[in-house]
Design a protein around this ligand. Structure first.
Ligand code: EPZ
Length: 454
């Protein structure tokens, strides 16, 4: 059964994230930035704490607004969240979980997609859940049909309501056989967070296997879950009745690390990303090298810069272990400075090149093909969602007045302004705080020349 509205759940949440920068470009970014725990693990591990019977401790939590959203959603459900034993850690105590009122949940859901992951844990704890319409970056329809189909297989009853969905599980949740139509990160997490306490065994096929998911499996195992990772994207989860708390240091944010790497490439800078690790960035590092970047892998991080003139490349985004969709936006800024033609095929989301309009306004030569390019065989099988961007370079960038559209696109706008000649005005910078901790401090530390003007 498909509910009306299930395929278009990005709600028109109001943004309070305006903030304007005047950025003077033309300076290389040089210095050190430290990356902390990954946004795309930390927020999920916080939700996992709901499943335990004792408090959990999460370390290396970044100071970003997505964490603040999840924290307040946990708090309206009775989870006590306080500073943990070391700086940048949180202690999450779920011993008094209770149901919350719709108004409270809606007020705290923010422009985030994480609330959908509260379904399984709340069904286990309370027998019901209300999930408001979701926010998140506007990079495509971002449906939740895989999530709801999986929850129904566990035995949940899903009712669409005017402002969200109501779920109940009058007979409890039972293990299920689930085959995802696509290895969705969020749907895999949904299944994990639901199956660990469901009665019986769950077999999940075509699961996402991103490093952040493996780290979430590690968190759940610490809590007492039994999860085995089989060949060919199969995950088996044997449900247990009870879970305890965890103490976990989050995996580093490889998206943030790749962003700073591309910033070094675009501005001809030299950035040491403390905390970055090679293994989870292998695919990115290969592309970085092919473009003409150079990197030095050290025990405590990776140093990024140019190794010579930049060259055009062809890149296809994909699920892990492919080139992440979240890596293409800052890289495209660097590709505007590369000699020759680059092609980026976006295969994960159907609308993730909107940010390139601002780069074109700044002088870049980028043509977007909304239905992709029929240009011969590809490593990634064509998806109906696919689109392509063709970048011809090098083109000098000049200053412009631009508005940040979403998290990764916004980061790339800032880097473009730092690469351009003259003073740009970049609006709506607040969105970038969803995923980049201490963003403006880090930029200053790298020698960026800007003022906050609004
Ligand atoms: C996660 O989004 C990340 N977000 C995204 O990061 C990331 O781009 C994405 O995974 C891919 O790696 C978080 O972890 C909070 P998906 P998620 O489910 O889980 C379709 C960033 O900038 N799909 O793997 O929402 C979907 O439309 C962000 O940090 C369905 O059709 O991604 C998309 O085309 C943005 N139905 C594809 O699957 C569903 O029910 C992949 O989405 C679910 C997904």
């Amino acid at each position: 059964m498909t509910l009306v509205g299930e395929t278009a759940t990005v709600a028109g949440k109001k943004s309070h994230e305006g903030e304007v920068l005047a950025i003077r470009g033309g300076r290389a970014l040089t210095g050190t930035v430290a990356v902390k725990g990954a946004k795309n693990l930390v927020t999920k591990a916080m939700v996992a704490a709901l499943l335990g019977e004792a408090p959990s401790v999460l370390r290396d939590v970044p100071d970003i607004s997505d964490v603040a959203v999840v924290r307040s959603l946990l708090e309206v459900h009775g989870v006590r969240v306080e500073e943990g034993p070391e700086s940048g850690s949180l202690r999450l105590d779920p011993s008094e979980v209770e149901s919350a009122h719709f108004e409270e949940i809606d007020a705290h859901a923010g422009a985030s997609r994480i609330p959908i992951l509260f379904c399984g844990p709340l069904l286990h704890r309370l027998g019901q859940a209300f999930i408001p319409d979701l926010g998140g970056c506007r990079i495509g329809d971002r449906p939740i049909d895989f999530h709801l189909d999986a929850l129904r297989k566990f035995g949940a009853i899903v009712e669409k309501q005017p402002n969200g969905i109501r779920l109940s599980a009058p007979h409890g949740l039972r293990g299920a056989n689930i085959h995802l139509p696509y290895p969705s990160v969020g749907a895999t997490e949904q299944v994990l967070l639901t199956a660990v306490r469901a009665q019986g065994t769950t077999e999940l096929r075509n699961a996402a296997i991103e490093p952040e998911i493996m780290d979430l499996i590690g968190v759940l195992q610490k809590m007492g879950a039994i999860i085995s990772y089989e060949p060919n994207r199969v995950i088996l989860i044997e449900g247990v009745r009870r879970l305890r708390g965890y103490d976990h240091r989050a995996i580093f944010d490889r998206n943030e690390a790749a962003s700073w790497a591309s910033a070094a490439l675009a501005t001809d800078g030299d950035i040491f990303v403390a905390g970055a690790e090679q293994q989870d960035m292998l695919t990115f590092l290969n592309v970085f090298r092919k473009v003409g970047g150079d990197f030095d892998i050290r025990e405590d991080g990776i140093r990024f810069g140019r190794g010579g003139a930049l060259r055009g490349v062809t890149v296809e985004t994909d699920v892990h272990p492919g080139f992440m969709t979240d890596w293409q936006q800052p890289l495209i800024v660097a590709l505007t400075q590369a000699q020759g033609r680059s092609i980026v095929h976006e295969t994960v989301y159907e609308n993730r090149f909107g940010f390139t309009q601002a780069l074109v306004k700044m002088g870049a030569s980028i043509a977007v093909y909304p239905n992709g390019l029929q240009d011969g065989p590809r490593r990634v099988p064509r998806r109906s969602l696919e689109q392509a961007a063709v970048i011809d370079g090098p083109t000098p960038l000049h200053a412009a007045d631009i508005t940040v559209p979403d998290l990764r696109g916004g980061y790339s706008h800032v880097i473009a302004a730092l690469t351009a000649d003259g003073e740009s005005t970049v609006r709506n910078i607040g969105i970038i705080r969803r995923g980049y901790a201490d963003f403006l401090d880090k930029l200053s530390g790298l020698g960026a020349d800007f003022d906050v003007i609004g």
